[in-house]
Design a protein around this ligand. Structure first.
Ligand code: ZN
Length: 544
């Protein structure tokens, strides 16, 4: 509850400030949100899998909604930014990790996936344990200090040390392959901490490990990899992890026990056995569009600055192997977010006073494959101007009348006070992240824009009142399952309320005198936008 008190204090300013000039406030309709969700999450859309027919129908639906609102197609005259993808996976031949002469087959005590770059691989190298595998001295992480990993495979613990601020920890975790590559490693294997094993047991991880992965293909025709020097990777569990540490300087159990303790950072050392990965990979090319539209800004001086309102349109498709219901409808994930975006677009396009800055609306593809459509859009902008802020919509849990929200990213930039004013104006409280271990800040599309240095915010419906029970029940029972479908007991009014809140936020970003900037003390601002102007964090919202 870092900034909820301030939110109340600032609430009155918004009435006389940015919002004061508007007369008639737009209506937000539960029925319209419901209609979008019921169409997009219908079985007829076959789970909207990127590259498949159901997604194409969903994309056409969104494009025609944009058209009906009088928006402008944003991709060189088209509604569609076509994204080329490479899907890759393991071939039929067995894939194995061999440690000290013992071969572990995929999905037994190791989890392997295909290679996007090499069809045939047999890679063997010495292994160095590198703690959590974090190299960010400015944040106090020096796991590679004193280790020589050139030409070797590094073994790293999953996640980040107990007690690390969760958003920074989640970001640094997602950088481990790049960090290993920087130090000359050619492979990276991950050992689960006890906390991670408890949070998601091995059997569930095996079940969740899809048979294929995807990446986008650059204009040079090459499949994108964040760390192309890391040629092999695997997750090791049980006997495989034990075998790797056999005869080492410290037993695995001691390393894991140290990692369990608050602030525990086990130091690295060379391991005894060599590790060999044998795998064969197959791939295919496909394309799938981001659907993009612009509402031109009303102020000529600001119209070349854009606020991006984004929601992923894809979900997990159909699984013919399932018994009974085979369709991953993705009603909450993310028909609900797309519906919210369409309702915000309608409000903005039909308002008597249009926003001063331009608004870019994007229904992005392949989020479920690793935030790929958004990454492509972030690296291949469709507009000539500058995107100055992002409001992302992903899986609002519209099962209850939420009375608080978690605003991921808001404490890092001047978006914070904007979110606080909008929420206070609707009597919605701002709460601290109740699921820090999930690293949600780095798990949705706005993060790809944060990485490009753009201040971003992503709201999640909060845990106050019945929120905690409803949210956790949804996660446990319906999240990424065929039962995430429109016949869940939706609270459609909550959908209209969520649309209104995001509208108020996006509108204030679009109408503010100055574009949002990072706070000087924000890890993300300093790391992703080192040269950009920064603001001093107001006294009232100094971080703890
Ligand atoms: Zn999802």
């Amino acid at each position: 509850m870092r900034i909820s008190f301030l939110a109340v204090a600032l609430g009155c300013i918004s009435i006389t400030g940015a919002l004061g000039a508007q007369t008639a406030e737009p209506e937000f309709s539960a029925d319209r949100v419901r209609a979008h969700v019921e169409f997009l999450a219908d079985d007829a859309l076959e789970g909207r899998n990127a590259g498949e027919r159901g997604y194409e129908v969903a994309a056409k639906y969104v494009a025609t909604r944009f058209q009906a609102l009088g928006l402008k197609p944003a991709a060189a005259g088209s509604w569609y930014q076509q994204v080329p993808f490479l899907e890759y996976g393991l071939a039929e031949a067995p894939a194995t990790v061999t440690i000290a002469g013992r071969a572990f087959r995929n999905r037994e005590d190791v989890i392997l996936s295909g290679s996007e770059a090499e069809a045939q691989q047999s890679v063997e190298a010495p292994v160095v344990f590198a703690g959590y595998g974090l190299d960010a001295p400015e944040a106090g992480f020096n796991d590679y200090k004193g280790l020589d990993v050139r030409g070797k495979i590094v073994a790293v613990l999953s996640g980040f040390p107990n007690g690390t601020p969760s958003e920074m920890g989640a970001h640094l975790s997602s950088e481990k392959r790049r960090m290993a590559e920087r130090h000359g490693a050619i492979g990276m294997v991950t050992i689960l901490t006890r906390a991670d094993e408890e949070r998601r047991p091995w059997a569930r991880r095996v079940q969740m490990a899809g048979s294929t992965n995807m990446t986008w293909v650059g204009t040079d025709g090459r499949p994108y990899s964040a760390a192309p020097g890391i040629r092999v990777g695997a997750t090791l569990g049980g006997a495989a992890a034990e075998a790797l540490f056999a005869g080492g300087k410290r037993p695995l159990a001691a390393v894991l026990a140290e990692a369990d303790r608050p602030g525990g950072k086990p130091g690295g050392f060379a391991l005894k056995p060599r590790l060999k990965v044998d795998r064969q990979s197959v791939n295919r090319r496909l394309t799938s569009p981001n659907v993009v539209a612009v509402l031109p800004g009303s102020d000529p001086a600001l119209a070349n600055e854009y606020v991006l309102l984004m929601a992923h349109l894809d979900h997990d498709g159909v699984d013919p192997k399932l018994e009974g219901d085979k369709v991953y409808n993705g009603a909450m994930d993310n028909a609900a977010g797309t519906a919210t975006m369409l309702e915000v677009a309608r409000a903005m396009a039909t308002a008597s006073l249009r926003p001063r800055r331009s608004i870019l609306f994007a229904a992005v593809t392949a989020e479920e494959d690793g935030l790929l459509g958004s990454e492509y859009l972030a690296k291949h902008p469709v507009v000539d101007g500058k995107i100055v802020g992002v409001v992302n919509l992903d899986m609002p849990v519209l099962l209850y009348d939420f009375s608080d929200v978690i605003a991921f990213g808001s404490e890092h930039s001047t978006l914070g006070p904007i979110v606080a004013r909008a929420a206070a104006g609707m009597n919605v409280a701002l709460s601290a992240d109740p699921l820090p271990q999930e690293g949600l800040f780095t798990r949705s599309d706005h993060y790809k824009f944060v990485r490009e240095g753009i201040p971003s915010v992503f709201l999640m419906t909060g845990f106050a009142g019945e929120g905690k029970k409803q949210f956790n029940d949804f996660l446990a029972t319906h999240y990424h399952k065929p039962t995430d479908e429109p016949d869940l007991p939706f609270n459609w009014n909550a959908g209209a309320k969520f649309a209104r809140l995001n509208y108020l936020i996006a509108r204030e970003i679009a109408n503010a005198a100055t574009a949002p900037v990072w706070y000087q003390d924000s890890f993300f601002g300093r790391t992703m936008a080192p040269a950009a102007p920064k603001a001093e964090r107001p006294m009232e919202i100094r971080q703890k």
